[in-house]
Write a protein that binds this ligand. Structure first.
Ligand code: NAD
Length: 436
């Protein structure tokens, strides 16, 4: 099929390359000329395992190209919109200016019979509003909403083999046709047994934000238990193991630590709350505001633990920060707990020396005044305290005895509860985790 993808960020570029990998003819479009030049040369604009390979092979085969010229959508009949929906400055609501601009420019170039497919995460009610706009200016064009659930770090496999596909479509023949076209786009995925849920627009939009709300709640729940564990001497990691054996609860996403971050969960739960308030239903999901607060409190707690380890004053102390990305296997530092913790410690007078296997360049753009070094060994050298904030395998695998020989003071704060406290303590370290 001939496909266009408007917006080539984390979601869009993976989607474009994955669709080409599935055999479609794809054009990726973005307003950022620098990004497009890199992508068109086959160079990824961020770190994502597996992306360089499918980008290079799709471009070499001639199935994928990139341009800033939105009129290129006229080469395609299915148009995915994957532009950003960040948090609005000074408000919890999603900033819809990119979606609105993308739809306006796209509608000017679509042809009768085309299908527009929204992939961005949007406030419920957006698709219905945009469908009206399309009906007014391009009446033979249908809109579907097909939310994306990919996880950064696993984005390629999640796009090609997702847990499920959700199609939000209008009622009647247009909706049935839209679902058939999407089945064709995802033919290989559907043939592999991926469940497909066909729903109305509002349900499809809500599936995405409610999935994120659930995941955020699960993480914040265990972090709330960590707060109680800290006050009582209990161990939240054992508690999580024990309750996780109940398969109604499950162990995944029950790791207490510095909390969630990234370009999705924090802004999505805030936008969901803002939208619910607009709908007069703020009360129904008021608990999400509490989840957000629990999450942010954990960042403050990590700063407190570093300070406690250093006798209550971090001024002039060298703190090695292991990790910058909001999670391992990604270079994404949007709303990263690590950056937050690093900035707070710096504000309190510490000299933070940070490292990350992939995220130094993206972190430097957000926090230019931090000190960055390219290896854990350099960060650890002469450190008065160490704080692990992103559980990259190489950090988790650090040997406590070898590490002790490099640092100035054996103090470690394990912001992800991913180290073995007994092994670190046995090597003479003062170890602090969260809720354990
Ligand atoms: P991003 O900021 O990485 O990418 C957005 C891209 O859209 C940028 O390259 C930007 O230049 C481009 N853009 C903005 N306005 C445009 C326009 N008018 N025309 C063409 N391009 C335009 O964001 P992202 O992380 O890829 O997220 C995109 C959407 O997908 C968001 O709604 C997000 O919530 C959702 N989402 C993201 C993920 C993820 O893991 N990143 C997962 C699921 C859903």
């Amino acid at each position: 099929m001939r496909i266009s993808v408007i917006g080539c960020g984390y979601l869009g570029v993976v989607h474009a390359a994955a669709m080409a990998e599935l055999g479609h003819q794809v054009v990726g479009i973005d307003v950022d000329a620098v990004k497009i030049a890199r992508l068109d040369a086959g160079l990824p604009t961020f770190f994502e395992p597996g992306l360089p390979e499918i980008l290079a092979s799709s471009i070499a085969s001639g199935r994928l190209r990139f341009t800033t010229d939105v009129s290129a959508v006229s080469e395609a009949e299915v148009h995915f919109v994957a532009v950003g929906t960040p948090q609005t400055a000074g408000s919890d609501a999603a900033d819809m200016t990119f979606v609105d601009a993308a739809f306006s420019s796209l509608i000017a170039h679509v042809k009768p019979g085309d299908l527009i497919v929204g992939k961005s995460t949007v406030p419920v009610g957006t698709a219905a509003r945009l469908a009206e706009q399309i009906a007014a200016s391009a009446p033979d064009v249908t809109l579907a909403w097909n939310p994306e659930f990919l996880r950064e770090g696993f984005a390629v496999q999640d796009t090609i083999r997702p847990d499920r596909l959700v199609y939000g479509v209008p009622d009647g023949a247009a909706g049935e046709r839209a679902a058939r076209i999407l089945d064709e786009v995802y033919a290989a995925t559907v043939a592999a047994g991926t469940p497909v849920i066909v729903a109305d627009y509002a349900t499809a939009e809500l599936v995405k934000v409610s999935a994120n709300a659930f995941l955020a709640t699960k993480i914040s729940f265990i972090n709330a238990m960590a707060e109680i564990a800290e006050a009582t001497g209990a161990d939240v990691t054992k508690l999580a193991d024990a309750i996780g054996h109940d398969n109604r609860i499950g162990r995944r996403f029950l790791n207490a630590g510095v909390g969630f971050g990234g370009g999705c969960l924090p802004k999505d739960i805030r936008a969901f709350s803002a939208r619910a308030r607009e709908l007069g239903k703020g009360e129904a999901i008021a608990f999400l505001d509490e989840m957000d607060k629990i999450n942010l409190r954990r960042r403050a707690r990590v700063v407190e633990l570093v300070s406690d380890a250093l006798g209550g004053d971090v001024t002039g102390k060298r703190v090695a920060m292991l990790g910058l990305a909001f999670k391992p296997h990604s270079d994404d530092v949007r709303d990263s707990p690590a950056i937050d913790v690093a900035l707070r410690l710096t504000e309190e007078g510490a000299h933070v020396v940070a490292t990350d296997p992939q995220a130094i360049e993206s972190a430097r753009l957000r926090a230019p005044h931090l000190t960055y070094v390219s290896s854990a060994e350099e960060a650890l050298r002469d450190a008065d305290a160490v704080v692990l904030v992103t559980e990259w395998p190489e950090f988790v695998a650090l040997d406590p005895v070898d590490t002790a020989a490099i640092v100035a003071g054996r103090r470690i704060v394990d912001g992800r509860n991913s180290l073995d406290p007994a092994a670190w303590r046995a090597a003479g370290w003062q170890y602090a985790g969260l809720g354990r």
